[in-house]
Design a binder for this molecule. Structure first.
Ligand code: HEM
Length: 240
């Protein structure tokens, strides 16, 4: 009997879209790679470096915030382990964008002034990614506080004192601390990058003095998680 065998041609795309291959169609690389100024529109060749770091930072922040939002839902469902896993990813994403600030320090402070002239009133305060961090982070804290209540714990100080009995919740509180800390570590790193490129006694593109960035370093997402440490140290002293 004669069998007809159809051989799939793996070189041909099967996904819908305009790209030449499924790789390009799925990742929409045509559009992605068109999001940076072409060489003829750049006032300085380092605009590519500048745009690459900023655009990829926005992508990682988008990813991080999606994980934080889902983690918040998981805490509400009592799935503390799952929430912790997602927060680890969120933290890692911000770790990546912290590391890539090093690439911006490859800019010459003088040559960057040329790039700066074409940024208009563009300011990091309008970063959609950081705005999203500010939006998704408080509900995560509220979910943790509710979880403490469900478990009969008065506050994080009690949770930390009885960490052994509430391992998953303890790990979750540590994951929130890690998320908060990583945002601050980014801010510290960013502050030094800014100081290195434009200085620390100047005003930004929207007129904000750079010292304001220095002050932001002391702002925590979850102040209670940090003050709990002070309380624990005080309690330990009382017990001595
Ligand atoms: C050459 C590199 C950079 C310089 C010179 C710079 C400069 C500044 C300055 C001067 C400010 C104060 C606000 C203003 O007036 O603009 C600021 C804020 C900010 N920048 Fe940058 N920046 C750089 C890279 C980045 C990158 C890669 C990101 C990534 C998302 C970023 C995100 C932000 C954010 C989110 C703020 C608001 C403050 C905060 O939330 O802590 N910046 N930046």
């Amino acid at each position: 009997m004669l069998r007809l065998v159809t051989v799939e041609d793996f070189s041909q795309p099967i996904l819908p879209g305009d790209g030449a291959s499924d790789y390009e169609r799925y990742l929409r690389t045509d559009e992605l790679l068109a999001l940076q100024k072409p060489p003829e529109e750049r006032v300085h060749r380092d605009e590519l470096l500048f745009q690459t770091v900023h655009q990829s930072s926005e992508l990682w922040l988008k990813h991080a915030c999606a994980e934080v939002a889902t983690a918040t839902g998981s805490v509400g469902e009592g799935a503390y382990d799952r929430a912790e896993r997602l927060l680890r990813r969120a933290q890692l994403a911000v770790h990546f964008i912290t590391d890539q600030l090093e690439m911006l320090e490859q800019l010459s402070p003088w040559e960057y002034q040329t790039v700066r002239r074409v940024l208009g009133h563009g300011s990091g305060f309008d970063s959609p990614g950081m705005r999203e961090v500010r939006r998704v982070s408080p509900p995560l804290w509220e979910a943790l506080v509710e979880a403490l209540g469900r478990e009969g714990l008065a506050d994080v100080v009690e949770l930390y004192r009885r960490g052994d009995e509430f391992e998953a919740l303890y790990q979750l509180a540590e994951a929130l601390t890690g998320w908060d800390e990583q945002i601050t570590v980014w801010r510290i790193r960013h502050f030094k990058t800014v100081a290195r490129i434009i200085g620390d006694e100047v005003v930004g593109t929207q007129g904000t003095p750079v010292e304001v960035l220095g002050r932001l370093i002391h702002k925590n997402l979850y102040p209670e998680l940090w003050s709990a440490r002070n309380r624990l140290t005080a309690l330990a002293k009382e017990e001595d």
